[in-house]
Design a protein around this ligand. Structure first.
Ligand code: F6P
Length: 371
């Protein structure tokens, strides 16, 4: 093992509960083996601006239970599409990856470690061929990374959403209302599926399957006919009706994903027409799902990922991502995590269970529209 290594760490993309637990485990383990750790604050921003900060075991003491990231996050600092204002005032992007390379070489960095989701892993995979030794650690509440069974942050988001849905039940029942709960997850429906099932939703709307508002209205009417005058619908922010598109709040410059939002309100408007006797309300959980402390299982996963990342650095591995495969923490080629996402499938057993329990997905599973 080489005791003269220098490693820089960043937390890319949006935050997720568990980032600090990874940092704690990674830094304390690496430092104990003589590795010098530095931080690129706010994702790639520190590397782009040429400013790294010391990240030693003292700085990460006692942070494993905290949400957020002590070194800051950014989902704007993409070195290959860095936002900049053009002379005409419009927003464009430029490739500033050379600045990252300069910083790495000036600071004599041996390995770049990024805790991030699919976007960050895609950026990391472009630095490998440029001669940078890269190591990824998968994070995202969306749980949509292909090369790992699960990402940390996901369970905390599901737990919080479930608690929120539990609370929505009582007020929905008291007022005989249809309550729509919109959750994050981007184009993957894992948070909606698991929290909806755990929270006893009557309908769950996922991005993976275009929905028909009429089918959700039918579920509401079916319940009303049984004397149940309230209904809970959990909808993913990335949901889209048959023939429609994702609900987009704001388009972003090239190389950046659009901001989603409004899926719940759009469904509410449709239901107000289809079931006018029912009052409809929408609750958007949004960033509440990302904030706060990681749940116990996310802490444990993050700590395991952090130790494995440090060991991979010490083993001199390059261009790999830490992963959980069949319950075992390991590393996989970074390339496996890039360009492919993990989505809810028709035969996902959690979906099958939810369907068996009578939960509506707003979908006619036999319809060719779903093929
Ligand atoms: O990828 C994580 C995520 O929380 C998505 O679920 C959501 O669409 C997006 O990030 C929100 O990003 P922002 O923090 O830019 O609003």
């Amino acid at each position: 093992m080489n005791d003269a290594k220098r490693m820089v760490v960043l937390t890319g993309g949006g935050d997720a509960p568990g980032l600090n637990a990874v940092l704690y485990a990674l830094v304390t383990t690496a430092e104990a083996h003589g590795v010098t750790c530095l931080a690129s604050e706010d994702g790639f921003e520190g590397l782009i601006q040429g400013k790294l900060s010391p990240l030693d075991s003292k700085r990460v003491q006692g942070i494993a239970s905290l949400g957020g990231s002590v070194i800051g996050c950014s989902n704007r600092a993409n070195p290959f599409a860095y936002p900049h204002r053009r002379s005409d005032g419009s927003l464009g992007t430029e490739d500033v990856s050379a600045r990252v390379l300069d910083t790495l070489s000036r600071e004599k960095i041996d390995v770049l470690v990024a805790l991030g989701g699919d976007g960050t892993m895609a950026m990391m995979s472009r630095f490998g061929p440029m001669g940078v030794k890269t190591l990824g650690v998968p994070k995202t509440i969306d749980n949509d990374l292909a090369a790992t069974d699960v990402t940390f942050g996901f369970q905390s988001a599901v737990d919080f959403a479930t608690l929120a849905i539990d609370r929505i039940h009582t007020t929905a029942a008291a007022h005989d209302r249809v309550m729509i709960v919109e959750v994050m997850g981007r184009y993957a429906g894992w948070i909606a599926l698991e929290s909806g099932l755990a929270g006893g939703a009557h309908a769950i709307v996922l991005p993976e399957f275009a929905y028909e508002p009429e089918m959700i209205a039918a579920k509401i009417q079916e319940r009303a006919a049984m004397g149940e005058h309230y209904s809970i619908v959990v909808i993913s922010e990335g949901a889209r009706p048959v023939g429609g598109d994702h609900a987009i709040l704001k388009l972003m410059p090239e190389g950046h994903l659009p901001r989603l939002g409004g899926a719940g309100e759009r469904l509410a408007r449709a239901l107000e027409v289809l079931v006018p006797d029912h009052e409809v309300r929408v609750t958007v959980l949004g960033h509440l799902l990302r904030g706060g402390s990681p749940c116990a299982s996310d802490r444990v996963l993050a700590l395991r990922f952090g130790v494995e990342a440090a060991h991979a650095v010490l083993r001199d591995e390059r261009d790999v991502m830490v992963s959980l495969r069949n319950g075992v923490v390991c590393t996989v080629p970074l390339a496996e995590a890039v360009g492919r996402n993990r989505f809810v499938q028709r035969d996902t057993d959690t979906l099958t269970a939810a369907r068996a329990l009578g939960i509506s997905f707003g979908v006619d599973w036999e319809s060719p529209k779903q093929s």
